[in-house]
Write a protein of this length. Structure first.
Length: 471
């Protein structure tokens, strides 16, 4: 553990508790005792998530002339998954306990118990390691683990009223495939020339056997993916450019680079479609440590070639400038939405020893979100719940709400110190407080979340002042 890691105050437990307490993320189906590893985004979580998606779309689709969007159906013809290799190859190695019937990821068990990295090893190799080390079931303690075997991670369902006669379909495990399947339609309508990209944001589903760590590994989650089509001999260069673009995205949303590193996949770890993959890893707190946040892969011409073979459609691209046809290579930057939200919460979390309004020592919890991602950009607070103050505060709130496209909070309950603490804990960068001086001179107090400093501002300058800080 590095010094930097040791000095971190944040823990996964604190993030999970704050998320529930303040309405970022709740356990799914909570009043029915929950459903393991499902989570619901609450009023603040949904704003954080939308900000992430909106910024991503703006940065990679609206602000670029070479990337266009798609929003495809989750259910696709099952031949898609044969062509993509997911039916054959999207597997996790599993072991069962014959005594208590618990089920585990073989690679995770070996990693946790023996500290050995075995990603990419075959089920036979993992079974041998488990047998030789005499590993026992982590739940019941018996040495009754089966050999490892492959388990397909796609969720299945049936279209039609009858299970027996219906069509079996899969819930998509990545958004990527629709962008290959619609390649031809997009070429025909999108007025694009290689190099160009297709971007999509959407839900995906994976029957993960060992989900967990809050919203880190989920059964259903969202991805923001780009399939970037390039000339085969320009793929290596495009890969390097995308590494830089992905780093720039992390800076835009305010993730500190000291907790991010790049990790090149070993050859035996690569997905079936990839010739090169680099993971962006984030250092999560405590035992989690360095884990994949995003990935960048060179998918070569694997997907288009396979879909061409399985569908019988010609998926070549005709390059007018070079007067030749080729199947483009694909560089794929992929971003998990939920992992982004989790990383933002962790990276922003801070605690500070301070004193309350009565001079009593207290700990201030503050989410130091970049204003771009903060759920509320500002809050309007009357100092006291007195008619003359409330009236002015509501007027300012309505004004800001009408003029601005960002979300503003309004709070008049409880003492001002407590209201500031709440805004700190949900990451609101600025508070505008209406007090008795406002009645006299039409100015408000601006209170800054990060250092709690305060300044006065004319009431009619607030909107512009806020715009300047957000753009
Ligand atoms: N199209 C390529 C692809 O799907 P992946 O590495 O399997 O690649 C992409 O997934 C991203 O999706 C990951 O980098 C991560 O951010 C997110 N992700 C993957 N599995 C997840 C899970 N079970 N729960 C939450 N996010 C996940």
């Amino acid at each position: 553990m590095t010094m930097l890691e040791k000095s971190r105050i944040v823990t996964m437990d604190k993030i999970t508790a704050l998320s529930k307490r303040r309405g970022f993320v709740f356990p799914g189906s909570d009043i029915y005792g929950g459903l393991a590893n499902t989570w619901d985004y609450g009023p603040l979580g949904v704003e954080l998530k939308r900000n992430v998606q909106h910024l991503w779309w703006r940065r990679f689709v609206h602000q670029r002339r070479d990337i266009i969007g798609l929003d495809a159906a989750i259910l696709m013809n099952s031949r898609v998954w044969e062509a993509s290799g997911h039916i054959e190859g999207f597997n996790d190695p599993l072991v069962d306990c014959r005594t208590c019937k618990s089920r585990f990821r073989a690679d995770h068990l070996i990693e946790e118990r023996l500290g050995q990295q075995v990603e990419g090893a075959s089920p036979d190799e993992m079974s041998k390691i488990i047998r030789e080390a005499g590993l026992k079931c982590p739940v019941c303690g018996n040495a009754t683990l089966t050999d490892a075997r492959q388990f397909n991670m796609m969720f299945r369902t049936v279209i039609g009223p009858l299970e027996e006669t219906g069509t079996e379909v899969f819930l998509r495990p990545e958004t990527a495939q629709a962008m290959f399947v619609q390649f031809k339609n997009i070429l025909a309508t999108g007025r694009v020339k290689v190099p160009f990209g297709i971007a999509q944001i959407g839900k995906v589903f994976r029957n993960e056997i060992t989900p967990g760590n809050f919203i880190f590994r989920l059964l259903e989650f969202e991805q923001m993916e780009i399939e970037y089509f390039v000339k085969p001999d320009e793929a290596a260069e495009a890969f390097e450019t995308w590494l830089i673009d992905m780093q720039a995205w992390l800076s835009e949303i305010g993730i500190r680079d000291e907790f991010v590193r790049l990790r090149e996949h070993d050859a035996d770890e690569l997905s079936h479609y990839s010739s090169r993959t680099v993971d962006f890893e984030y250092q999560f707190p405590g035992a989690m440590g360095w884990r994949e946040l995003y990935g960048l892969a060179n998918r070569t011409d694997f997907d288009l070639t396979r879909h061409q073979a399985f569908s019988g459609e010609d998926l070549h691209y005709f390059d007018q400038a070079e007067n030749r046809k080729y199947v483009p290579y694909v560089i794929e930057p992929t971003f998990g939405v939920d992992r982004t939200c989790l990383t933002l919460l962790i990276d922003a979390y801070d605690e500070e020893a301070t004193v309350d309004v009565n001079g009593k020592p207290e700990t201030r919890v503050v989410l130091r979100f970049h204003p771009r991602v903060a759920p509320y950009k500002a809050a309007v607070l009357p100092l006291l719940k007195k008619d003359e103050l409330v009236h002015l505060a509501k007027r300012l709130f309505t004004n800001l709400n009408e003029r601005s496209s960002v979300l503003i909070d309004y709070d008049e309950t409880g003492n001002i110190g407590k209201r500031y603490r709440r805004q700190d804990e949900i990451g609101t960068p600025f508070c505008f407080t209406i007090d008795f001086d406002t009645i006299e001179d039409d100015t408000v107090t601006v209170r800054h979340r990060d250092d709690m400093s305060q300044e006065r501002l004319p009431m009619n300058a607030v909107s512009e002042w806020l715009d300047e800080r957000l753009t």
